[in-house]
Design a binder for this molecule. Structure first.
Ligand SMILES: NC(=O)c1ccc[n+]([C@@H]2O[C@H](COP(=O)([O-])OP(=O)(O)OC[C@H]3O[C@@H](n4cnc5c(N)ncnc54)[C@H](OP(=O)(O)O)[C@@H]3O)[C@@H](O)[C@H]2O)c1
Length: 316
């Protein structure tokens, strides 16, 4: 049987190297179930995979896509047909259908919106883990972050609001200030963070933006780098280490999943599904494209000033 998939045969300019093709789909093997993929986002990490710049990527030729949601097509391995599932990390989600190891599927409750479920594994999980794992935050304590308009950034704002912390947010566009305040941000700054007592800063930009945030941290404060949108290295002033003893840490959700126990992963998904079903967290979507329009979708996903994620609608 043939099915549509995005095939990557070489690395390079994303909109050029990713092509929609018909690929052969064999019957499910032992321990596998057939899943029809519904939605999959285009994340910055996917762009880096296509460029050949991400440390974990499919062997070529291969199918990209690090997360997504689908529906079980044929009952088997304890899954009834029609069950909604999150797809595993290395599956390659930019396809119409595929066979998945049943043990790696995560059931999605029926009251969680499908498009939101497609985006839960990477960005909301990253936001929650970073807020919990580095500094034990007190009630009402400030958290500082840059790229606050990103999917992770908006989750940080929404989660701070919900769990009783205060978010101080740096954006690069003045027009976002009112929008993020309305979303629940406690303070929004353009480029340069203001002076606040902060022990935790979350850095998705790198370069000067990260150093400016580190300069605002209280003595012994922690800055967690999880993204490098500016593609610029960090130049750490000696004084931040000598006089302020700032702690520089990194976070990679892939490593978190690899190290977490099955119980910890299940608890994370339960919590995130609950936040989604109650509308406490939600990731805006700017546009949805079918697989056949992958070039337009990738071009769109790389544009600045987006109001949300670009999603692929992988099947009808
Ligand atoms: N380490 C991990 O495990 C992990 C997990 C999830 C995400 N990430 C990383 O986190 C970052 C955000 O991901 P996302 O999916 O949330 O992003 P996203 O929703 O695609 O949004 C990208 C954001 O980056 C901002 N941006 C782009 N270029 C910039 C620059 N040169 N300077 C400052 N800001 C810039 C954009 O600002 P505008 O709105 O102004 O265009 C936008 O807010 C990415 O680097 C991603 O790879 C890492």
């Amino acid at each position: 049987m043939k099915t549509k998939a995005i095939l990557l045969s070489e690395h390079g300019e994303p909109a050029t190297v990713a092509r929609c093709c018909e690929v052969e789909l064999s019957p499910p093997g032992p321990g596998e179930v057939r899943v029809r993929v519904l939605f999959a986002p285009i994340n910055p990490a996917d762009i880096n995979v296509l460029e050949g710049k991400y440390p974990v990527r499919p062997e070529l030729p291969g199918i990209p896509g690090v997360e997504g949601v689908g529906v079980v097509e044929e009952s088997g391995e304890g899954f009834a047909a029609g069950t909604r599932v999150l797809l595993p990390h290395r599956f390659g989600t930019w396809r119409e259908a595929g066979n998945v190891c049943a043990a790696e599927l995560v059931r999605v409750p029926d009251d969680v919106p499908l498009a939101q479920a497609a985006m839960v594994r990477i960005n909301p999980a990253t936001a929650l883990c970073m807020l919990r794992e580095f500094v034990r935050l007190e009630p009402n304590e400030w958290v500082l972050q840059n790229a606050a308009n990103s999917a992770v950034g908006r989750c940080v704002i929404q989660m701070c609001r919900h769990y009783g912390w205060r978010s101080a947010n740096v954006v690069r566009r003045a027009e976002l200030v009112d929008e993020l305040l309305a979303e629940g941000a406690d303070a929004v700054f353009v480029d340069k963070p203001g002076e606040l007592p902060v022990r935790l800063a979350l850095n998705a930009v790198g370069g000067d933006s990260a150093v400016r945030m580190a300069g605002r941290l209280a003595e012994g404060g922690t800055i967690v780098t999880y993204g490098a949108m500016a593609r610029q290295p960090l130049k750490v002033p000696n004084g931040l280490l000598i006089f302020n003893d700032i702690v520089w840490r990194g976070f990679w959700v892939t490593r978190w999943y690899a190290r977490a126990s099955a119980e910890e992963r299940a608890a994370l998904f339960d919590e995130l599904f609950d936040l989604l079903r109650k509308g406490i967290i939600s990731t805006p979507v700017e546009a949805t494209y079918p697989l056949t329009e992958i070039a337009q979708a990738l071009t769109h996903a790389q544009q600045a000033k987006r109001a949300g994620k670009v999603l692929l609608r992988c099947s009808e």
